[in-house]
Ligand binder design. Structure first.
Ligand SMILES: NC(=O)CCC(=O)C(=O)O
Length: 324
């Protein structure tokens, strides 16, 4: 299992988790928050929502924040809002909250990260009930798209991609972690599930009003059915006048592909108590994971000859897939 935080930054995971509850019930809360230009305000909004999620409505075991929850989603903001991880104020604040409220799993959405070398990443953070940073994920597939008449966004103008597949243990089974555009890449989810044993896939995300209506629900339900997993995606809410209009519609999807909880575009707390036993049930009933024809599948599509980085990445992916 990989987490892109260095070993010194990450507590030894398995020993920290309590035993899974026999019922396998997991209380999930997605915090669809309004993100403003004021970082302090964004952190205060997140803190208030986390407190509400775990102290009201029956509580929550797994709390998930949106992509870029401390920063407006836009290339010009990533640098000025970036922090080191760990060592920055957002990591410290989330760690303290996870510890104070004893939250079993807090997925601190994502934030812009500045590395010691000066690179910028879009990075998700995961804390356990002791406040330890147990995993980080640097967005692996950058959102570089140009939809005529719709949206043009080029994350790679400012951000560098991560180079890790990220999974981590929880008391309810292994979780896979991606960020937004990563959900479009089933090979990533395949490795989380088929190599690392993920039973739930978590995506802090910020789709938009062009691609959201077309693809958001379709992609989340596809990943759930492709891999017999619970899938959870948490978006910012739509903020009138913001340069990037988030789609909202944070969503929890069962391993059968049903949407068990969602919302519209405004600020929302999306809750569900989910049964992890459904993962086993769905995989037993429709056993596509054990019916794979690896003998038929190859990933030999060549990268453009001048794109050596891409070729190296594809080759690494191919090795991982074929080793499953
Ligand atoms: N923040 C993102 O990665 C946006 C992804 C998106 O909107 C998409 O259509 O994919």
């Amino acid at each position: 299992m990989n987490a892109s935080a260095s070993p010194a930054d990450v507590a030894a995971p398995a020993s920290l988790w309590p035993q899974p509850p026999p019922s396998q019930l997991l209380r999930v809360a997605l915090l669809q928050l309004p993100i403003t230009n004021d970082k302090a305000q964004n952190l205060a909004t997140a803190e208030a929502a986390i407190r509400e999620a775990v102290t009201t409505g029956g509580g929550a075991d797994l709390v998930i924040l949106p992509e870029c929850f401390n920063c407006p989603y836009g290339a010009s903001y990533f640098g000025p809002y970036a922090e080191p991880i760990p060592g920055g104020p957002t990591t410290a604040r989330l760690s303290a909250l996870a510890r104070e409220l004893a939250i079993p799993v807090l997925v601190g959405g994502s934030i812009p990260e500045r590395t010691p070398e000066g690179r910028l990443h879009n990075t998700a953070l995961v804390f356990d009930r002791t406040g330890a940073l147990v995993a980080t994920h640097r967005k692996a597939h950058l959102f570089d798209v140009d939809v005529p008449g719709g949206i043009r966004f080029v994350e790679s103008e400012t951000l560098s991609p991560g180079d890790q597949v990220t999974t981590f243990p929880t008391p309810w089974g292994t979780a896979g972690l991606g960020i937004c555009y990563d959900v479009r890449f089933p090979h990533l989810a395949s490795i989380m599930v088929e190599r690392d044993g993920a039973r739930l896939l978590i995506y802090p995300a910020a789709f938009n009003t062009t691609t959201g209506p077309l693809h958001w629900e379709l992609l989340l339900r596809s990943r759930a059915v492709d891999f017999g997993c619970w899938v959870m995606a948490c978006s910012p809410s739509r903020v009138p006048g913001a340069t990037y209009q988030a789609f909202g519609h944070s969503m929890i999807v069962s391993p059968w592909g049903t949407v068990v909880a969602t919302c519209e575009a405004g600020p929302s707390l999306v809750r569900a108590t989910i049964d992890m036993a459904q993962v086993h049930q769905a995989r037993q009933a429709i056993p596509v994971l054990s019916q794979r024809r690896w003998d038929l599948y190859t990933c030999d599509r060549p990268a453009p000859a001048d794109d050596k980085d891409n070729l190296a990445r594809q080759t690494a992916l191919k090795v991982n897939v074929r080793n499953v």
